[in-house]
Design a protein around this ligand. Sequence first.
Ligand SMILES: Nc1ncnc2c1ncn2[C@@H]1O[C@H](COP(=O)(O)OP(=O)(O)OP(=O)(O)O)[C@@H](O)[C@H]1O
Ligand SMILES: [Mg+2]
Length: 249
Amino acid sequence: MFVSAKSNHLQRIVILNPKGGCGKTTIATNLASYYAQRGPLPALLDCDPQGASMRWLEKRNKNLPPIHGIAAYKSSINATRSWQWRVPRETRRLIIDTPAALEGPEIHDAIYDANNILIPVMPSPIDISFAAKFIAELLLVAQLDRGAIQVGIIANRTRNNTRSLQQLMRFLTSLKIPIIATLRDSQNYVAAVDHGIGVFELPHHRARNDIDELAKIVSWLDRWQAPRREPISTATTPEVPSEPLRRLQ
Ligand SMILES: Nc1ncnc2c1ncn2[C@@H]1O[C@H](COP(=O)(O)OP(=O)(O)OP(=O)(O)O)[C@@H](O)[C@H]1O
Ligand SMILES: [Mg+2]
């Protein structure tokens, strides 16, 4: 049984940065594998015509906790987005991997209905200046509603606390955007991707440092809460429920 990806109970996590190769798919697949281990069944939606997330999923051993894959890039123009983006009823998390080189209206489209946006940034001067422009565009041009959508940065492939990373941190602090994790440059990500697993599924002694950093992303995401249904005030509840209320029961 499938439900619309617009469901209130679903946390929609978009991994976004138009800069190619900054780690979007790596973060998307690692989060999907973590949520698969934790349950219930997560969904991984791939908007990138390169299909890297879906290729990763195809490699995943059938004995591992499953992930529901949605190859959104294969969409037919005849099907509506809400039909293509359906998720299994039990799914509580939808992770959306986006392509490089997205522009204006496509960015709007990618963040439509998002609850969280994760922006991976590599700490080279070029990547950081690109990210700064992109974040400014996201906030100003796309007029992101920061009350409804939480934005977090992931510094990816860091080697040490470089000057450019410190510059990025100052810029983000001025915008009140948190750096929620700093992922090392680690062969564990490369090895995991080849086997359709995440670093959470590697032996703990081998991937402890990477697991600890990814856990920070998970705990930031766990602060999201599904909106509660408005309680019906007893003062205004009629004795005989009106038709729409009866249908809800
Ligand atoms: N922290 C890391 N340590 C080591 N290698 C990494 C790390 N993060 C990403 N990589 C590697 O960098 C390459 C690019 O990463 P990835 O495919 O996740 O980027 P992307 O943003 O999805 O790229 P694209 O924009 O092309 O979709 C991959 O080979 C990946 O294995
Ligand atoms: Mg990718």
